[in-house]
Write a protein that binds this ligand. Structure first.
Ligand SMILES: Cc1cc2nc3c(=O)[nH]c(=O)nc-3n(C[C@H](O)[C@H](O)[C@H](O)COP(=O)(O)O)c2cc1C
Length: 434
């Protein structure tokens, strides 16, 4: 395995992780924000610029989440615009398989792949069902297991359309996906778009092991990342795939500075700007199942128990399926042990996936990740847009290059080459040899 770490950037339109109220904050939907961050990432030799998908505005107790009102523009449209102002960075669109139709999706992703000369990726998600589905004529229409069955059929159909010569008839006849028509477009320089996957359940991991090139995971801590990778790699053989066939890119936030002390100081203002008193209360509300605006964010966590048994899917995938009382007890225990207020607790809890440190310290830590084989890269969420990658590109990347674990130039021109993925023909022969 190559001893190398890579970065992608995950532009988070809707999340309190990005500070939108600072003097340096740009807009979350102006093209200028996207252009500057993508070009900075490319200057730092990032492999991919990555966008989520949200087909419905998020709600919180019946009110639309205020950050969502500015919206999350359609990923493929934004990436097509970015293809014109970048040359090497991969352009990855999250697109769900539950509400999108495979012919349309395959054609649009092929178009992005052709326009960008082989830089497109598709992050395959099944998405939250009932909540998103109310926006559609179908409504919430598939349970969890069928969402993954449909995902497998949608991706297989897209691959058939991509691998056939343009104009060749393709017929797919599955119980959840059927289509018949000529393959719409020729292959791009990388053959077809790279497949990412995000979804953490047993079915999600199995689907990734059978199909994906890269996993965008929510397991960034060193031990957690290593056990997640071991679990998923253990599934590859039964799909006829080699242990190095799949790359792991957990989501991660970095707060960096020239020295550790300066980074700690920066973390203090970043985390307080991310978690306003109101944000802190909203963080608890899904667990307690009620409006907590009458609570003091500088006081202790609520003493009464949640009014719900389980946190419902509308409250965001991070909380989905959590037992409310168990979670409340755990959080109260953690806060009480250190005498933390609501706001201080939320800062600590929501920031547990952030790496804080001087450039050299963090570079040493990332070398440990590489040596442990735990990750191939990180999908970085900048806390400020558009300047939030500057520290990484100007401070951390040179330290990693000095340690010999970061590329000095893009290895190729396509996303597949830049991620170090096998070309499609050798991937096929490796699969048949395994
Ligand atoms: C790191 C990560 C990022 C995700 N990003 C999105 C997204 O942008 N849009 C979306 O609809 N779902 C997204 N999902 C949710 C997945 O689509 C999936 O619906 C959810 O995780 C449930 O699948 P699971 O039970 O396999 O985890 C993401 C999931 C993970 C783990």
């Amino acid at each position: 395995m190559t001893r190398r770490i890579q970065f992608g950037v995950f532009f988070q339109g809707v999340n309190f992780g990005t500070i939108w109220s600072h003097d340096e904050s740009g807009s979350q939907y102006d093209f200028e924000s996207f252009r500057r961050i993508a070009q900075t990432a490319e200057r730092g030799l990032f492999s991919a610029f990555f966008l989520g998908e949200g087909l419905r505005l998020r709600e919180h107790f019946g009110r639309v989440h205020e950050l969502d009102i500015a919206g999350r523009p359609d990923a493929q449209t934004q990436l097509a615009a970015l293809a014109a102002v970048t040359e090497r960075i991969g352009l990855v669109a999250t697109q769900n398989t539950t509400y999108n139709d495979p012919y349309d999706l395959a054609r649009r992703l092929s178009s992005l792949d052709l326009l960008s000369e082989g830089r497109a990726g598709w992050n395959v998600v099944t998405t939250d069902n009932a909540w998103t589905g109310e926006n559609f004529r179908r409504g919430g229409y598939l349970d969890h297991a069928d969402r993954y069955r449909r995902a497998a059929q949608v991706v297989a159909a897209a691959q058939r359309l991509w691998d056939a010569d343009a104009g060749t008839p393709v017929t797919v006849d599955g119980d959840l996906v059927s289509l018949s028509g000529p393959a719409p477009l020729p292959a791009s320089p990388q053959g077809r778009p790279v497949l990412f996957q995000a979804g953490d359940s047993d079915e999600g991991r199995e689907f990734a092991a059978s199909t994906a090139d890269v996993i965008f995971s929510a397991h960034p801590g060193l031990d957690d990342a290593a056990s997640f990778a071991a679990d998923v790699r253990g599934r590859l053989a039964r799909h006829g795939r080699r242990r190095d066939a799949l790359k792991f890119f957990p989501g991660q936030q970095f707060i960096l500075a020239p020295t550790d002390a300066e980074a700690e100081e920066k973390a203090e203002w970043v985390t307080h700007a991310q978690v306003s008193p109101q944000t802190a209360l909203r963080y608890l509300e899904p667990i307690w199942g009620r409006d907590l605006s009458d609570h003091d964010p500088d006081g202790p966590l609520p003493r009464f128990d949640p009014t719900v048994a389980e946190v419902d899917g509308r409250r965001g995938s991070a909380f989905q399926g959590r037992r409310a009382k168990e979670t409340a007890d755990e959080w109260r225990g953690l806060a009480d042990a250190e005498g933390l207020s609501i706001r201080e607790f939320v800062i600590r809890h929501s920031g547990r996936r952030t790496i804080v440190g001087g450039f050299g310290t963090v570079a040493d830590l990332l070398v440990r990740y590489v040596d442990a084989g735990a990750v191939d890269g990180f999908n970085v969420s900048p806390y400020l847009v558009p300047s939030g990658l500057d520290d990484i590109v100007d401070g951390l990347v040179p330290e990693l290059q000095e340690r010999g674990v970061y590329p000095d130039a893009y290895p190729g021109t396509t996303l597949r080459e830049n991620l170090g993925l096998p070309t499609l023909s050798s991937a096929a022969s490796a699969a048949s040899a395994a």
